[in-house]
Design a protein around this ligand. Structure first.
Ligand SMILES: *Cc1c(COP(=O)(O)O)cnc(C)c1O
Length: 227
């Protein structure tokens, strides 16, 4: 067994155990394998072990991987900051975009989504720590942006994503995720089809699952450290 195969098995067990521990429905938490700066061999090993969803942050790197691995049945999620000149490539080659944080980007992705493909699945990225340097809309503005995304024909709004500032204690981590979970429930009460709360990375996915995450995005825990 490769390290990736072993790690994947371990992570799946951890996720199932956390679902039980926090009274979450069985299989309500999905694993997104964050493969940025990881080799094709490791991605192939993960696919061979049954992993289907992969997350990438850099468009050029991702396009090379998507082309090289086109023989496999993968779902590709774009999770990095989005520049306007990259929306066309993203709209044409990805299944999901989890990092939509402004209306202009949402409109371009919708216009550039090829009619031959199903609508692009979208999560609106929220900046929980309100740091100017990080991407993401404010919690306050997130509902309006979600409404805009929901009305665009090339997009299918699925929910919210966030990357909180790294914290070490479980309680601190849970507190940082809670406002996003509340916004998610509010969104579910207002719009149909909202089923995705993407939060939790290698260092904080237990807290994220405790707070209701439906996608955890794991890179280093699965693939090891990045180049
Ligand atoms: C890199 C990245 C991850 C994975 O981080 P790890 O700490 O390696 O698990 C998750 N989400 C986003 C948006 C990332 O950029």
């Amino acid at each position: 067994m490769t390290d990736v195969t072993k790690n994947l098995e371990l992570i799946r067990h951890q996720i199932r155990a956390l679902e039980r521990q926090y009274s979450r429905a069985e299989r309500s938490v999905q694993l997104l394998a964050v493969s940025k700066k990881q080799s094709m061999e490791k991605i192939r090993a993960a696919v061979a072990a049954g992993q289907r969803d992969f997350g990438e942050n850099y468009v050029q790197e991702a396009l090379e991987k998507i082309a090289a691995l086109s023989d496999l049945e993968c779902q590709w999620h774009f999770i990095g900051p989005i520049q306007s000149n990259k929306t066309k490539a993203i709209a044409e080659h990805f299944d999901w975009v989890e990092s939509v944080d402004r209306e202009k980007i949402a409109r371009r992705l919708s216009e550039q989504r090829p009619a031959s493909l199903p609508p692009l699945n979208v999560c609106v990225q929220v900046n929980l720590s309100a740091e100017a340097s990080k991407s993401g809309t404010t919690l306050k503005d997130s509902i309006a942006l979600c409404q805009t995304v929901a009305d665009l024909p090339g997009l299918r709004l699925r929910g919210l994503m966030a990357i909180p500032a790294p914290l070490s204690g479980l309680e601190e981590q849970r507190n940082s995720f809670r406002p996003l979970a509340e916004a998610y429930r509010e969104l579910q009460s207002r719009l149909p089809g909202i089923d995705t709360l993407s939060m939790g990375m290698s260092g904080d996915f237990a807290a994220a699952i405790a707070e209701g995450s439906t996608i955890v995005r794991l890179g280093t825990a699965l693939f090891g450290s990045r180049d």
